[in-house]
Design a protein around this ligand. Structure first.
Ligand code: PLP
Length: 377
C-alpha cells in the first residue's frame, strides 16, 4: 500500500475536474479576449460560469476575481498591488506563508514599514498587539486564515472587526482554509483574499485573488501587457485551469460539509492511533482551532527528517511546508509558536485529504508508529 498524506502541499485532482478540463482543451479552446467570433464568446462564457461557481462557494459577487497562476501570485498582486497606498505600512503575522514574508521585504524596499504580529503557542494571533499596532495608521494587514503547517485557524470575526475599526484593509490567505472549513467571505469584512486550485482538488497553476469593490480601484498590476482582467493581470486567461478552479469550488459547495466530516473522521483515527501507540507524541498548534486533516506532530528524541526519508516511498509526509522543504529552510512557523530547535527537528506533518480512506489511515498509522519506535528506541 502507498499513502499520500501530504494534502496541504497539494491535492490529487478530482477526476471529474480533469475530465472537464481535458475536454475544454481540445474542443472549447477559444481565447476569451477574441470578441469577434463564437469560439471566443464560448470561452468567455466558460470563465463567467467559473466566476459564478467560485462566488457561490465564497458568498460574494462573481465580478470580484482576478485569475492568477496560484496563491503565490495572488498574494503578490494583493500586497505589491497596494504599493501606491498611503500610509506606507503593512502588518502581518509571524506565521505567514513565505509569499507574504518575501513580498513584505519587497515592500520595505519601496519604503514601507513592515511590522510582524506575534502568535501564541497555539499559533493564534495576539489580538492586543494587533489592536495596538493598528492604532498607527496602516494600509494593510495580511493574515494566513488557516496555517499550512500547524493548521491553526484564526479568529476571523474579531480580526476583521479590528481592521475595519482601524481603517486598515484586510488581506486573507485562505489557501488552506478552503475545503477544510465552511467559510463565506460575506460573514466578514474582507478586502482581499488569495487562494489556489491545487489545494482543493483542482489543477495546479491557477488561483485567484478576490478583491472587494472598494479596493479594486486601489490595486496596481504587477504583470503588464494586453490589459486583460481590467488591466490588473495581463495575459491570456488559462481557461481550462479557471474552469477547473470553478468546478473545484462547485464541488465543494455541494460536498464540502461531507468532505470535512470525512477528513475529520480520518484525522481523529490518525491522532488517536498515534497517541495510543506512541505515548510521547504531542500535537503542535491549537487542538481546538484547527483545520480538518492537519496534524503537526512532535515526538521527543525523533529525527523527523529520518522518519520522512525512511517512509518516503510508501507514505508522503512532510516536515514543514512544501516550499520550505524545497529550500531546506527551518520552519519559521514552529519557531514562532515557541518550539526550540530540537523540538522543531522532531516535528512532522500529516495532512489528510478527501481521497484518503480509513483503511489507508489505519495502515499508515501502524507503519508510522513502528518506524518511530525503531528510530527512538
Ligand atoms: N498560502 C498558503 C497558506 C499555502 O499553503 C500555499 C501553498 O503552499 C500558498 C500560499 C502558495 O500557493 P501556490 O502553490 O498556489 O502558489
Amino acid at each position: 500500500m502507498r499513502v499520500y498524506f501530504d494534502n496541504n502541499a497539494t491535492t490529487p485532482t478530482d477526476p471529474r475536474i480533469s475530465e472537464i478540463m481535458s475536454e475544454i482543451m481540445t474542443t472549447q479552446f477559444g481565447n476569451p479576449a477574441s470578441t469577434s467570433h463564437a469560439w471566443g464568446w464560448q470561452a468567455e462564457e466558460l470563465v463567467n460560469i467559473a466566476n459564478e461557481n467560485i462566488a457561490g462557494l465564497l458568498g460574494c459577487d462573481p465580478n470580484s476575481f482576478i485569475f492568477t497562476s496560484g496563491a503565490t501570485e495572488s498574494i503578490n498582486l494583493a500586497l505589491l498591488g497596494l504599493r501606491g497606498l498611503k500610509p506606507k505600512r503593512i502588518c502581518f503575522s509571524t506565521i505567514e506563508h513565505k509569499a507574504v514574508l518575501d513580498v513584505a521585504l519587497e515592500l520595505e524596499k519601496l519604503g514601507f514599514e513592515a511590522v510582524k504580529i506575534n502568535v501564541d503557542q497555539q499559533g493564534l494571533l495576539d489580538l492586543e498587539q494587533l489592536k495596538s499596532e493598528l492604532q498607527k495608521p496602516t494600509a494593510i494587514f495580511s493574515l494566513i486564515a488557516a496555517n499550512n503547517e500547524i493548521g491553526t485557524i484564526q479568529d476571523l470575526k474579531k480580526i476583521s472587526e479590528i481592521c475595519k475599526e482601524c481603517h486598515t484593509f484586510l488581506h486573507l490567505d485562505i489557501t488552506q482554509l478552503l475545503g477544510k472549513e465552511n467559510f463565506k467571505l460575506s460573514d466578514y469584512s474582507v478586502d482581499l483574499a488569495s487562494f489556489s486550485g491545487h489545494k482543493i482538488y483542482g489543477p495546479k497553476g491557477v488561483g485567484a485573488l478576490y478583491a472587494s469593490q472598494r479596493i479594486r480601484d486601489e490595486l496596481l498590476p504587477i504583470i503588464f501587457g494586453g490589459g486583460h482582467q481590467r488591466g490588473l493581470r495581463s495575459g491570456t486567461l488559462n481557461v481550462p485551469g479557471i474552469v477547473g478552479l470553478g468546478k473545484a469550488c462547485e464541488i465543494l459547495t455541494k460536498e464540502g460539509s461531507e468532505v470535512i466530516r470525512h477528513i475529520s473522521k480520518l484525522t481523529k483515527i490518525a491522532a488517536e492511533g498515534l497517541q495510543t501507540s506512541v505515548s510521547k507524541i504531542s500535537i503542535n498548534g491549537s487542538q481546538k482551532h484547527r483545520i480538518a486533516g492537519n496534524l503537526n506532530l512532535r515526538v521527543p528524541g525523533l529525527n523527523a527528517s529520518t522518519l520522512l526519508s525512511k517512509l518516503s516511498n510508501e507514505i508522503a509526509l512532510s516536515s514543514s511546508s512544501a516550499c520550505l522543504s524545497q529550500t531546506g529552510s527551518n520552519s519559521h512557523v514552529l519557531e514562532a509558536i515557541g518550539l526550540n530547535k530540537a523540538e522543531r527537528n522532531s516535528s512532522f506533518r500529516i495532512s489528510i485529504g478527501r481521497f484518503n480512506t480509513e483503511e489507508e489511515t489505519v495502515w499508515a498509522v501502524n507503519k508510522i508508529s513502528k518506524e518511530i519506535f525503531s528510530l527512538i528506541k
